[in-house]
Design a protein around this ligand. Structure first.
Ligand code: DX5
Ligand code: ZN
Length: 224
């Protein structure tokens, strides 16, 4: 499957969310990435269930909900009901990761595990056959507009190796500091889904920026 582009609305104008989503969709966005932060697991507070519900009513592409919250298992049901098509939880705050991933899948939603930059790929090993996707953080979560951590490239390949050993075809999503200039490297390392906030909604023309990011990944796919 070709690389999917998931614009992150964290960098969008929250007063014009429907227009921002429509612009990214016009540029060919495949998913809409929604960053939920609680001010505890990460320093920032963003949005919650009601905004996901409103987005679900206007978005034509599936909603990819990234939970940066403690005790995510308490909230996955509400986000599924609000219209999330994909829900990811951080390994660092999920002592019962096997149970949480199973619960997400039972809700009929794609389940993802997120790994912070300092969390090793091997953390996935005991549950590697379960997730539908693995989200590799390429910045420390909390804010848009941070710089891509170069060690993430090797981490993506390490995650692919863990998944392959488990016989898993789970997709790899990469989130943080993605720009047209580094998209090719990330895709070559094994990324299937690219999240981009500042590179899309930090520009005057999110549709053109989405197209530019896809062009950068297409170049990488030709090299493979
Ligand atoms: C960071 C969030 C990201 C962020 C990406 O904690 O999980 O999804 O919005 O934004 P950029 O692409 O600007 O790093
Ligand atoms: Zn995110």
């Amino acid at each position: 499957m070709s690389v999917r582009i998931a614009p992150s609305i964290l960098s969008a104008d929250f007063a014009r969310l429907a227009d921002e989503v429509a612009a990214a969709e016009a540029g060919g966005a495949d998913l809409m990435h929604v960053d939920v932060m609680d001010g505890r697991f990460v320093p920032n507070i963003t949005i919650g269930v009601p905004v996901v519900q409103s987005l679900a009513a206007v978005a034509r592409v599936p909603l990819d909900v990234h939970l940066m919250i403690v005790e995510p298992e308490r909230h996955v049901g509400a986000f599924a009901e609000a219209g999330a098509a994909m829900i990811s939880v951080h390994a660092e705050v999920s002592p019962h990761l096997h149970r949480t991933l199973t619960a997400i899948k039972e809700l009929g939603v794609q389940a993802g595990v997120v790994l912070n930059p300092s969390t090793p790929a091997e953390t996935l090993e005991p549950v590697a056959d379960l997730p539908d996707f693995v989200l590799v953080m390429s910045v420390n979560p909390g804010f848009s507009g941070q710089r891509f951590i170069p060690a993430s490239v090797a981490k993506i390949a390490a995650v692919r190796a863990v998944l392959d050993r488990a016989g898993s075809a789970a997709a790899i999503e990469v989130d943080g500091g993605i720009q047209p200039a580094n998209a090719a490297r990330v895709v070559e390392a094994g990324a299937d889904i690219l999240v981009a906030g500042a590179a899309i909604f930090g520009t005057d023309d999110p549709a053109a920026a989405t197209r530019r990011l896809r062009q950068a990944t297409t170049a990488a796919q030709h090299i493979q």
